[in-house]
Design a protein around this ligand. Sequence first.
Ligand code: NAD
Length: 317
Amino acid sequence: MRILITGGCGFIGSNFIRHILDKYKDYKICNLDKLTYAGNLENLKDLETHPRYKFVRGDICNKKLVFDIMKHSNAVINFAAETHVDNSIKDSNEFINTNIKGTQTLLDAAKLCNIRRFIQISTDEVYGSTNKPSKEEDTLEPNSPYAASKASADMLARAYNVTFKVPTVITRSSNNFGPYQHPEKLIPLFTTNLLSGKKVPLYGDGLNVRDWMYVIDNCEALDLILHQGETGHIYNLGGGNEKTNFEITKLILRELGRDDSCIEFVKDRLGHDRKYSLNTSKIRKMGWKPKHSFESALKETISWYRENRKWWLRLKP
Ligand code: NAD
């Protein structure tokens, strides 16, 4: 298989590239990444000279470049996105460009190339705030500009399948955590703040609930969908670990030997969704379940940030 991965220098994409090259000894990967502030060549430094890996710096909105690369691929996995909700509240322009127009550019190229599988990486945030586990067929009610841009991309992936028979599949995952996640996101932000002797900024009352999944478990689910997912289908992916932000904060504080005095409650995010929750029975029926326990994966993740100070120090404001 020759896979075009977009956004592979980010958090999930870099973990996924390592997973695929390790597991499948005849697969080739081309990684197209613009290297925004969130993309980091250090994430894949160990693969720089790998014979089955190629990196191209470029924008998924660049039609000619996308077509030139895609014609040598038979599968596409679109991880590339603007991903930080807070940034989308400040200015949503880049979210519209990359997350919507970029996806459209990739889908247009896929229409012309002989692509056997196109995976659009989406998020549980497209369902909006909910008290009951969202199913794949539920109505989308995105509340942040980020979530709205991802929902739009989902709609395009669906439409290109129905209209042009582009073999799209959509995955909607809950919050991932693990190594190589940018220190703007909750778990690495709080961990690296505490490792730098700073406090941790907790939004509102801290009682917003998210489901958490270790990134390696997500990579395994994506691997299964790449090979056995059904065209035109949507798959929810979640770890089954619903926790309030306050609970996550307490676990990080405990692991780093700190107490509640390190918490600084800050003004809530605008439109902050109260709860995301996923029904993952569809992927579980295919035989996938998370292999890592939340507690041990969180400990491992915190250790990784402890041991890789040089990696995150350059990224922290
Ligand atoms: P990330 O922010 O760590 O990385 C995004 C990558 O995309 C970066 O390497 C960046 O340089 C690249 N990129 C951005 N704009 C680009 C463009 N125009 N052209 C080419 N490359 C571009 O993101 P992540 O956390 O790894 O998330 C990957 C995907 O998974 C995203 O689509 C995101 O919406 C989705 N997702 C993430 C989570 C999570 O918890 N991290 C949860 C659900 C869904």
